[in-house]
Design a protein around this ligand. Sequence first.
Ligand SMILES: [Zn+2]
Length: 159
Amino acid sequence: MIEMDCTCVQKHHSIPTEVIEVSDHAIGKVADILKDYRRIFMVADENTYAVAGKRVEELLKNAGILSHSLILPAPALPNAENVGKVLMEAGRDRPVYDINAWSLNPDYILAVGSGSLNDTCRMVSYRLGIPYGVVGTAPSMDGSCTTAPSPGTSSSTCP
Ligand SMILES: [Zn+2]
């Protein structure tokens, strides 16, 4: 939880962000950062899987905390079709890598990508009521730490 006092009318702000890691070789810390989770569902697209997702998948698998992965065709737009795919796949009842991690739902969703995958996974996280995070693959990302998913192509948001 990140909290701060403010001079605006709300006086105080808080967001339920647990960790923000910005550093060289930060990807190597992903399993340690997520060590409190047991069934992580990783979502990438073909491009982000190639540049970071494959490595993240290996790290989570080696740590025994990967439930399963979904690799969407690229580019994965933040639309209803992809939200539906991620939502349906999140509930897949047979994790590929660890039968001991069997569960109807993951306990964490990890997007590997930038804005579109971040928004898609944030919406599914919101709908399922489970935490999520993102391994950012583009420096242009913003809004990563907000609590408001912004699916679709407009600027509308969901709290
Ligand atoms: Zn304020």
